[in-house]
Design a protein around this ligand. Sequence first.
Ligand SMILES: NC(=O)c1ccc[n+]([C@@H]2O[C@H](COP(=O)([O-])OP(=O)(O)OC[C@H]3O[C@@H](n4cnc5c(N)ncnc54)[C@H](O)[C@@H]3O)[C@@H](O)[C@H]2O)c1
Length: 425
Amino acid sequence: MFEYDVCIIGTGRVGLPLGLSLMDVGVKATGVDIDATMRESVNEGRMPFHEPGYDEIIARKEFKVHGSPADVVPNSAALVITVGTPLHNHIETDLSQIQRVLTSLCPHLRKGQTVLLRSTVAPGTTSYVKKWLERNTDMVVGKDILLAFCPERIAEGLAHTELRSLPQIVGGEDEQSVEAAAQLFGRLAPEILKTDFITAELVKLFNNISRYINFAVANQFALIADDFGANIYETRRLANHDYPRCNLAMPGFTAGTCLRKDFGMINEWSAYPDMLLSAWKMNEFTPAMLVDQLMKRAKIHDSRVAVLGFSFKADTDDIRDSLVPKLCRYIERQLPMEVRITDHNLPEAIHEPSASTPLRNWAVSDALEDVDCVFVATNHTGYHDVLVELGKNRPNAWVADIWNVGGIDQIFYKAGDLLNSEVTS
Ligand SMILES: NC(=O)c1ccc[n+]([C@@H]2O[C@H](COP(=O)([O-])OP(=O)(O)OC[C@H]3O[C@@H](n4cnc5c(N)ncnc54)[C@H](O)[C@@H]3O)[C@@H](O)[C@H]2O)c1
């Protein structure tokens, strides 16, 4: 009856790996995306971003992405919506991408199809989609067309393994919808956990928000340890060591499109400062704290400053919602002679939305030559060796290393200290 088993609407960092993984297990999959550059890359068999495990699958050129829903939506049994769900500048969910997708799908929907919402959404959004479908088509959800919310819980960089290892939550309000979703995702996930719309929406948000709060606690503890003249890395290591009721996270920059925004999807409904807002404040303070604390030890004004790493987390090329641009702006406020950004996962010109012109991405050796201060902003693999080399060439350069990449249990140190200390982690 349908040419394709599934059509992914929005083949970005979530949609594309899903489509490729489904295709890899024999599901007939295709996609739709409004981004022409993305389509060109996928259709030529190249990953448009870094996500391990997919280069060989995409090179087969069996997964095709189309520009218009008219090309494939009427011929697809299931439609999986994986477009972005950011926040507006205010603490308010931005539903516009979902609304645009629904409008574009509407003329092509047919009886017997299943709509699967997979973007991370504010509580109540799947009910909104249900009402929208029933108002704008002549179909009844659960009878003519099926609908379920199936949240994506992978971590970027681990999609290939986690799509096959994480249990899949399926939220639906009728048996047929839940069964249809379970059948599709059962091709990948080892276990299907069935529930209703609202519970499934909250599971995803609670997963991310609890992570966000854990990192905020780690950052707060780093400040507390510093206030008491204690060492956060040693304190954390001892607190966690063979102790089953404590799992303190590392301090660090906590951001990215998911963690930072997802708390807002709950917080928009609250008038009062709460624990979620405090976590946001704590995580957002980290760049300012590093600049402020480094200035107590070293001069940033008129100095040459290098920033190691620009993406929002280790070993990815994703700069969306990274805290590093914010760190760079705080550094710039001190009027240094130069700020040199270096990130080996990014192209030579970094297009950062808040910058008026593309940023120069320095080669790491050039960035560190004759440098006075270094901020380790992202804990990319390889930076430990880079810092040791810096210790040999510029022993007096100051380093702000919240990730403890140097491994000497100090946030602030002189690069030369790395040569004299025993590495602990
Ligand atoms: N990135 C992650 O690790 C991750 C993990 C879990 C959940 N999520 C959630 O998944 C959703 C998607 O995130 P992402 O990181 O893949 O975003 P993304 O921006 O990488 O991908 C979204 C894609 O949708 C396309 N698109 C937008 N509007 C469209 C339309 N009208 N029709 C067709 N295509 C359209 C965009 O061009 C883009 O390629 C978000 O809700 C996010 O919170 C992301």
